[in-house]
Design a protein around this ligand. Structure first.
Ligand code: ARG
Length: 571
């Protein structure tokens, strides 16, 4: 797309030789009030070099500027030079580009910019998938889509928590308190029950802890019986996780979890030792991080067993070797900040220059409004699956009220209900805590997923009524008057911003840029939709307005896809 701001920067540069085009470009502002123009250039910085008052400089430059087709007029207000775009030229350019790229608008189809590993979801085996894991899953999936849209080849890794002393506990608990039948019947909730029971009992019988440690040591040494049980617990858990992933529409390229690194850790520990980083403290091995003002990073316990960080260090080396990543992202709750800071430091101390390509993407907590209504099955754990199911059910009720004759009600309820939960998770900066509220999440008029989806569906139904095959659009002759309109210009500006927004979302590891953008575009479009009738008599006017509808439809759908949300055509 032609960069109008760049054209303005070049024009200014012809009169301001002291600054480069790039410098001017970065100084150009977009006024929030369109009465002040579409672009504004402040002249304060020039005062020193030109030894004149900024307003005077602004006035002189305005006098001397050449005319540009894309600019209607240029004015100076105090120290600012304000540029007013030629609306028709701008809108035409934007519509042509969007309608040409359609379902690929904003999305790079060549994934040749290098590899990016995204480590997300990564739940712990034998424990329920809770709302924290939902956040990791949806944020990670969105970052995967966002970097993909920029032309990176992403590798999604589900770094399952499937190794560690807790599995020794689980084996002991299983033998004491459960049976094959019960686990088969109740799955994770049974595993959770006996795990909790183990902890209660072990308080009075500390020998159980020793038993559990022994079992984990057996696992690390390859004991068949212990590993068979472990692998079965894993299978039972994965079956349940898969159900959630299917509901969310999320997939992974690798399920190499912590256990995968079991036979690879020894080499890494050796590397740490040869590099002189290991200190032995009462039998435990650790890397001191005193200079960094951090607690030491524990590598092995005094019984020789590995730790979470050991496996992360090993996994990072493996990933670098296997994928030669440009970046490796870790999407977890903010509570893990210290863990990542510690072992990133260890990688740096090992002399790996790619330590700086490791990125922790932390997010805040989710709590439920009104307490524990949803924590039906146990204690304070909120089961994600229950939330998703409830979201679908509540959406179905809304649809029954608003549009009882809708086809595929169930499918639409799924897409909207689940989309609503996903959207809400990413509408604010991800580091912020969220107080989950059904009223907010499912508000079709609010700044929500359903609102954006509804706007998209509204566009689709208009196009259907118009009988327009928008996948095979004819060349549209645009009506000058329609595209010279201020409201249309606002829609076009939103459309044009999409690529920059994707870049910003990636630069900041922040899907909320996309979510906010989707709402802004939907709002701009709805203003247009409410202001102007679209299916009018005049063919040229009608087709021009429809072109705006088509461009918005594709862009909304693509933005939702970057968040991992479906865009139903009717709702
Ligand atoms: N399993 C961990 C948890 O549930 C998250 C793992 C995140 N990824 C990683 N490479 N550490 O808290």
């Amino acid at each position: 797309m032609k960069d109008f701001k760049l054209e303005v920067a070049k024009l200014l540069n012809s009169k301001i030789s002291d600054l480069s085009v790039d410098e001017i470009y970065s100084m150009i502002e977009v006024p929030s009030n369109s009465d002040m123009g579409d672009y504004a250039f402040p002249c304060f910085k020039l005062a020193k070099v030109l030894r004149k008052a900024p307003p005077m400089i602004a006035a002189e430059i305005v006098q001397s500027l050449d005319k540009l087709d894309i600019i209607d007029r240029v004015e100076n207000v105090n120290a600012y030079i304000n540029f007013f775009l030629n609306k028709a030229a701008y809108v035409k350019e934007v519509l042509e580009v969007v309608l040409n790229e359609k379902e690929n608008y904003g999305i790079e189809t060549n994934k040749d910019k290098g590899n990016i590993v995204v480590d997300y979801s990564s739940p712990n085996i034998a424990k329920p998938f809770h709302v924290g894991h939902l956040r990791s899953t949806v944020i990670g999936n969105s970052l995967y889509q966002i970097f993909g849209a920029l032309g990176y080849n992403c590798i999604g890794v589900n770094h399952l928590g499937d190794w560690g002393t807790q599995f020794g506990k689980l084996i002991v608990a299983y033998k004491k308190y459960s049976s094959k039948e019960e686990v088969e019947e109740k799955g994770i909730s049974e595993l959770l029950r006996i795990y909790v029971l183990f902890h209660d009992e072990a308080k009075e019988h500390p020998e159980m802890d020793q038993e559990a440690r022994d079992y984990f040591t057996k696992m690390e040494k390859g004991d068949e019986e212990a590993l068979a049980l472990w692998s079965w617990f894993k299978e039972v858990s994965l079956n349940e996780f898969e159900r959630v992933y299917k509901m969310l529409g999320v997939t992974f390229d690798s399920y190499n979890g912590e256990a995968f690194y079991n036979d690879k850790m020894a080499a890494v520990i050796e590397e740490l030792e040869t590099k002189g980083l290991i200190e032995v403290d009462e039998g435990a091995k650790l890397v001191r991080l005193d200079e960094e003002n951090m607690a030491p990073c524990l590598i092995t316990k005094n019984d020789g067993s590995s730790l979470y960080a050991t496996r992360d260090i090993t996994a990072a080396e493996y990933r670098k070797k296997t994928y030669d990543f440009k970046k490796c992202l870790y999407v977890t709750a903010v509570q893990q900040n210290l863990h990542f800071a510690q072992w990133f430091k260890v990688i740096e101390k090992m002399g790996h220059p790619w330590a700086e390509d490791l990125v922790h993407v932390p997010f805040g907590m989710v709590s439920m409004e009104g307490g524990a209504k949803l924590s039906t099955r146990s204690g304070n754990v909120i089961f994600l699956e229950d939330i998703l199911k409830e979201a679908v059910e509540k959406t179905k009720q809304i649809i029954e009220e608003k549009n009882p004759n809708l086809e595929n009600k169930d499918e639409v309820a799924k897409q909207v209900g689940i989309g609503a939960v996903i959207f809400d998770d990413m509408y604010n900066n991800i580091i912020k805590d969220i107080q989950f509220s059904w009223e907010r999440v499912l508000d079709f008029q609010g700044e929500t997923g359903p609102y954006v989806q509804y706007t998209h569906a509204r566009a689709c139904s208009l196009l259907k009524r118009a009988g327009l095959d928008y996948n095979n659009l004819p060349q549209i002759a645009l009506d000058e008057e329609v595209i010279s309109d201020a409201i249309v210009l606002l829609v076009a500006k939103e459309l044009a911003a999409f690529k920059d927004v994707i870049q910003m979302a990636a630069d900041n590891y922040e899907p909320s840029y996309i979510a906010r953008y989707a709402v802004d575009l939907a709002q701009a479009f709805n203003k247009f939709y409410n202001e102007y009738p679209i299916l009018v008599e005049d063919e040229k006017v009608k087709n021009t307005r429809l072109a705006i509808v088509v461009a918005t439809k594709f862009t909304l759908k693509n933005a939702l896809a970057l968040l991992g949300i479906m865009a139903p055509e009717q709702m």
